[in-house]
Design a protein around this ligand. Structure first.
Ligand SMILES: [Zn+2]
Length: 356
């Protein structure tokens, strides 16, 4: 590693959701997770590249699926922790975070389909308990980071995962007011309206996970994801909207992805962030994205873009733990900012138009 460049750094958490390839709507066999396996080859190579280019250590957060669907399809909820023990050990040795990721899939035997049953709170709580027990059974401690599928969570769920031992919650990001996309198949419930969610890390109040409790001195942190606008329109139409600042009806707010086209990350990452307004960034990726060469190429391009030596400020690739430590040590304002209004919840730097 070359000596670190002086100048401001902003933490970036890369969340890799380690999951089966594809989405099971029908019964499936227990196929290996080829996308995850590819990720365990590509990401360490990119780690070296990041460290070379930034002069700073780079860490990632890997959150593994352990839930009702994994239990039914693979024989036990913690299947991946055992099958990929060697890979996980290597990631831990490199300083990465190994967390838990869950979807709400419940097998509907009468119709022979999986339903993402987020509207069924007792089921979701059963799933959480199942996953935490599986993690604890393998690692002897609870996972520190937790994320749920399709940006779904609620206050009862955040309280539960905290009581089960999670310390960092990275499911939701600000600005979202739309239900699930129709592409995910059958589902119940809906993700939270996050238009008033803060953009900085915070300890949530028990009554409402989107409201910081400034009196809390321990317990779980909510780390809001970096979000932007997504359009289902063509590239030309998206460019037009970006230039004119208009938002079409079929645009919606979604989190940013590590494999998004670089041109869509540009508006978010081009300017040095205001440390109060933009305390950190996140980029998510589902492991099966690594199955496609075009996504791997996009990830490489984005890593090069994000670590460009010409950048006047640097990103620090951190685990959630390191992000919060950085926030407390360097970024946290005298008092936490107030909750944003609707217009402010995304801020200018987190607003872009993403590809389909
Ligand atoms: Zn997922």
């Amino acid at each position: 590693m070359t000596p670190p460049e002086p100048g401001p750094v902003t933490p970036l958490v890369v969340n890799i959701h380690a999951e089966p390839d594809g989405v099971f709507h029908l019964e499936a066999d227990g196929a290996l997770w080829h996308g995850f396996e590819m990720a365990t080859r590509l990401m360490p190579e990119l780690r070296s590249r990041i460290e070379e280019r930034t002069g700073r250590p780079a860490h990632f957060s890997w959150q593994f699926r352990a839930d009702g669907q994994i239990a039914r399809t693979y024989g036990k909820p913690g299947w991946a922790f055992v099958r990929y023990a060697k890979e996980i050990e290597a990631l831990m040795r490199a300083g990465d975070d190994i967390g838990l990721h869950q979807h709400g899939y419940r097998w509907d035997a009468s119709n022979g389909v999986w339903i993402e049953d987020y509207g069924n709170q007792p089921w979701m709580e059963e799933v959480a308990s199942l996953g935490f027990a599986a993690y604890r059974g393998v690692f002897g401690r609870p996972p520190e980071s937790f994320t749920a599928g399709v940006s779904w969570t609620n206050s009862a769920m955040v309280r539960l995962v905290e009581s089960l031992g999670a310390r960092y919650e990275l499911t939701a990001g600000p600005g979202r007011d739309k239900p699930f996309p129709s592409s995910i198949g059958q589902f119940t419930g809906r993700p939270p309206d996050t238009r008033r969610m803060p953009r900085h890390p915070y300890r949530p109040s028990a009554a409402d996970f989107q409201v910081p409790d400034l009196d809390r001195e321990d317990g779980l942190w909510v780390i809001p994801l970096t979000t932007g606008r997504q359009s289902s329109g063509g590239k030309l139409r998206r460019t037009f909207r970006r230039l004119t600042g208009t938002m079409a009806r079929h645009e919606f707010i979604t989190k940013l992805f590590l494999q998004s086209p670089t041109e869509y990350l540009g508006p978010v990452f081009h300017a040095a962030p205001d440390p109060i307004e933009q305390t950190h960034f996140t980029l998510d990726i589902r492991s099966d994205a690594f199955c496609k060469a075009k996504n791997c190429a996009a990830v490489r391009r984005n890593i090069d873009y994000l670590t460009s030596p010409e950048r006047p400020w640097q990103l620090l690739f951190t685990t959630p733990q390191e992000l919060v430590a950085h926030y407390l040590a360097e970024t946290r304002p005298e008092r936490d900012p107030r909750s944003p209004t609707d217009d402010e919840s995304l801020g200018s730097t987190a607003f872009t138009i993403l590809g389909p």
